[in-house]
Design a binder for this molecule. Structure first.
Ligand SMILES: [Zn+2]
Length: 304
């Protein structure tokens, strides 16, 4: 049993340490390949719930991008961040995912896409189209690298893998699995990331892909396994696997009331003055996380 003391209250926690929003980091094949596994089912449920009104295909595309990019939190350090923009073939349609090295993740679609997607987009492939692109900005404030590649596979997963090969010359394999029921509840959200370390032969990635394909029942549905069970199971597929650590991911928008003062300023000055005169407060809502910020009349007055 594990005991922990929070605010003076002792909680007794069971031995089960669930894979809840966890990345398991490993090395396989004689430390020639980094292999990371992610279960972000809880986080994905939170995000899909915030995007309930979205077209289902959009939520699947958004979920896949968020899962693929979430894995990258385990590849950066310190104050580094990664921001990814997918521009669909219709250049007005974009989805975004941002992460930092502390496991903070957010993802959203732009307004044009949320309101513009039509019933003709029957699949993620249709939504992406033939002329889409991925842009990735990686680094800290002082030192940034931007890469842009096309999306020849129209799947997001393989296009992310393609990005690393083209833009960073690193052989990488990313696969995401998102199961949504008809009520838009996430039944499971999992992802894998495999990257060759310098000097490793490319066939190792194909070997991993084959293992994932033949054992999809494990790799696509790790539901209800605790971390220890997952690690034991992994040893069945990769005999020399070395678990090098684990980290958490969590949905975090990063918005603040200060950011919404700018939005207020973009409103008609007359409307703001009217609110002050009528002693009315105004509220603004962040469309990424759903948080509402309330502005009192004296706060509105302060920016006029
Ligand atoms: Zn927000």
């Amino acid at each position: 049993m594990i005991y922990s003391v929070i605010n003076g209250v002792t909680l007794r926690m069971g031995r089960m340490l669930h894979m809840k929003d966890t990345i398991i980091k490993t090395l396989v094949y004689d430390k020639q390949v980094r292999l990371f596994l992610l279960d972000n089912t809880a986080m994905m449920n939170e995000i899909i719930h915030l995007n309930q009104g979205n077209h289902r295909v959009l939520n699947v595309a958004l979920g896949k991008l968020i899962s693929g990019v979430s894995l990258l939190t385990a590849t950066i350090k310190g104050e580094q961040r990664i921001s990814v923009t997918v521009s669909m073939s219709n250049p007005a349609y974009k989805i975004f995912a941002d992460i930092d090295a502390h496991g903070n993740v957010r993802g959203y679609a732009n307004e044009s896409l949320m309101h513009g997607i039509d019933e003709k987009s029957a699949s993620v492939q249709d939504l992406i189209g033939k002329n889409a692109s991925i842009r990735m900005i990686k680094g800290s404030n002082m030192n940034q690298f931007t890469g842009i590649t096309d999306m020849p596979y129209q799947t997001i997963d393989d296009d992310l893998s393609h990005y690393f090969k083209q833009s960073e010359q690193v052989e990488t394999f990313i696969e995401t699995n998102l199961a949504l029921n008809n009520e838009n509840t996430v039944l499971g959200s999992y992802a894998m990331y495999a990257q060759l370390l310098p000097g490793a032969p490319v066939h190792l990635l194909h070997d991993i892909r084959e293992i994932l394909d033949t054992n999809s029942s494990f790799f696509q549905k790790q539901t209800n396994m605790d971390i220890q069970e997952t690690q034991n199971e992994l040893r069945n597929y990769f005999s020399d696997i070395e678990i090098i650590g684990q980290s958490q991911v969590q949905f975090s928008c990063g918005c603040s009331k200060e950011m919404f003062y700018g939005l207020l300023l973009s409103l008609d000055r007359e409307d703001l003055m009217e609110a002050v005169d009528d002693d009315r407060s105004m509220d603004t809502c962040c469309h990424i996380c759903g948080r509402t910020y309330l502005f009192q009349p004296d706060e509105i007055k302060s920016i006029l």
